[in-house]
Design a binder for this molecule. Structure first.
Ligand SMILES: [Zn+2]
Length: 274
């Protein structure tokens, strides 16, 4: 498969051809309403008549330059356009453009939150070569922050462990997930999260795949594991309900874009194949 997106730091010397502009107001992406060409394609963002606070160059997508933009609020959304959350716009963007939007929102967020040095408080400047903010006083470098999280599918024979977090708005069940703590291996994080959330031990932990997840800046590291021992005992602070489900009696599960869904689909496939 050809990689459609190529990352770069240094913007083109002259803006000649049209570029893709991933413009955000808070967590909402500025999109065209019509079905095709979701992301505005313009030589310069100023053509839309909107005020931008900051812009960053991202690289190229199918040879077209890409920029992220933080919009000044309030935004008077141009005719025929809307502001939409990334989850809502996923299907229209398609997987390849979605991952560029995921990158864009994380760069916008990092740019906004690293304007000043976290150590001495001086105003930072963009680093010449790297995607980093440099403090001119104490030389501290701040790179875009990623927070590694594990996400794990636990199975026991023909059943999959699914849980519902207390703060989820819909009646959805999913696999378990949680942030990795400093000093922990990923496997230890898997064991700890499963024990903390549902009180069981797991074995046969295997890497499955990964997914950048910009809510807000996670890198989801997917694993599969087998049930080892214990009875389900939920942590009521985080989990509302958890249980074992077969392929035939699944509850509502996450949408297609998530690695959580890929882990569940992989389980379902094994049930059909086996
Ligand atoms: Zn400093």
């Amino acid at each position: 498969m050809t990689r459609r997106f190529s990352s770069a730091i240094t913007p083109p010397a002259n803006k000649t051809g049209p570029a893709l502009w991933f413009a955000f107001a808070g967590n909402k992406l500025l999109c065209h309403q019509e079905p095709s060409d979701v992301i505005p394609l313009l030589v310069d963002f100023s053509e839309l008549g909107l005020e931008s606070i900051r812009q960053q160059y991202l690289g190229t997508f199918d040879g077209q330059h890409c920029f992220s933009v933080e919009l000044a609020k309030p935004v008077s959304v141009p005719e025929g356009m809307i502001l939409q959350g990334l989850r809502q716009v996923y299907a229209r963007l398609g997987e390849d453009l979605f991952v560029v939007a995921v990158r864009a929102i994380q760069i916008v967020d990092w740019d906004r939150t690293h304007q000043f040095c976290g150590r001495c408080g001086a105003k930072t400047v963009d680093h010449d070569i790297d995607r980093a903010k440099e403090c001119p006083e104490c030389k501290l470098l701040n790179y875009p922050r990623l927070s590694p999280s594990i996400i794990v599918r636990v199975r026991c024979d023909r059943e999959i462990l699914l849980a519902r977090a207390v703060n989820w708005p819909t009646e959805m069940y999913s696999v378990l997930a949680g942030f990795v703590e400093p000093g922990e291996t990923l496997e230890q994080a898997v064991e700890r999260e499963v024990m903390e959330e549902v009180g069981i031990t797991v074995t046969n932990i295997k890497y499955f795949g990964s997914q950048p997840w910009p809510f807000p800046n996670s890198l989801m590291l997917g694993f599969t594991a087998d049930y080892a021992d214990g009875e389900i005992e939920i942590d009521p602070v985080e989990i509302q309900d958890a249980g074992w489900f077969t392929a035939n009696n699944l509850p509502t599960i996450p949408p297609k874009m998530s690695i959580a869904r890929q882990l569940i689909d992989d389980f379902l496939k094994s049930q059909i194949d086996g």
